[in-house]
Design a protein around this ligand. Structure first.
Ligand code: C5P
Length: 232
């Protein structure tokens, strides 16, 4: 899949999302549906957006016993989404089960991406709450390698980690990176950010962009700017 911009549809209900997507007229951005929208509207919203012609990253971050994740992934795969994710912390057995569940009868499947350590986890909370004593950067790379060895397609990571992930796991292993801001934008609650242009330079494969597009005065222009700076 080519380098692309994924628009995070962080809205709480159908009406808001549909009126946002209507602004794009003929254009069909790759979009991300997260827990808030999915839990509010269920699979119907996924089907509706898919029918409108968008690629979909379903960001539900599964983490459970392998058997449960395999069955859940089978259901998600039938929604015809293009990308889904899970927590690498679920271990190799869970990731392999997820891949089995996702693979459709014709052999196709959505891309499967792993979350390593959430960016909300820092060294202190990892050591204190999870009893993981290694430096967090090493933990992230270890999770990325484990995901690659399990057969996954890539990881969600900070744009600052993308180059290292490619170094460790190879160029083909996808990096999906949130934390993107235009040079002149307010950073909001994202602490470690990059512009679309910088993310392109360091080799991100997909950038996930929420508020710089959804809260822009002209979301379509902001999206087109992301495409120009990152994907062209
Ligand atoms: O509005 P903003 O561009 O910060 O949105 C980024 C999107 O990426 C949100 O949907 C957020 O949940 C998601 N995300 C993130 N950082 C991560 C993982 C996911 O910002 N580490």
């Amino acid at each position: 899949m080519d380098r692309d911009v994924i628009v995070a549809l962080d809205f709480s209900g159908r009406e808001e999302v549909i009126s946002f997507l209507d602004r794009f007229s003929g254009k069909k951005p790759f979009v991300k549906i997260g827990m808030e929208l999915y839990y509010a509207e269920g699979p119907a919203i996924v089907k509706e957006i898919k029918e409108r012609g968008h690629k979909i990253f379903l960001d539900l971050k599964l983490h459970d016993i392998p058997n449960t994740v395999e069955k859940a992934m089978r259901v998600l795969s039938r929604l015809n989404v293009d990308m889904v994710n899970l927590h690498a912390a679920g271990t190799t057995a869970m990731m392999e089960a997820a891949l089995r569940g996702l693979t459709r009868e014709d052999g196709t499947r959505p891309l499967l991406i792993a979350v390593t350590q959430l960016t909300s986890t820092d060294q202190e909370s990892m050591e204190k709450d999870l009893l993981i004593k290694e430096p967090i950067a090493e933990v992230v790379m270890h999770y990325a390698k484990t995901a690659k060895n399990a057969g996954l397609d890539g990881v969600v990571c900070s744009p600052l980690e993308a180059a290292k992930v490619h170094e460790v796991c190879g160029k083909e292993f996808l990096t999906v990176t949130p934390g993107v801001r235009f040079a002149e934008n307010d950073k909001g609650d994202q602490k470690r950010v990059m512009t679309p242009e910088e993310a392109k330079k360091i080799g991100s494969d997909f950038i996930v962009v929420g508020r710089p597009i959804t809260k822009a005065a002209d979301p379509v222009a902001a999206y087109e700017r992301c495409i120009r700076e990152f994907a062209e």
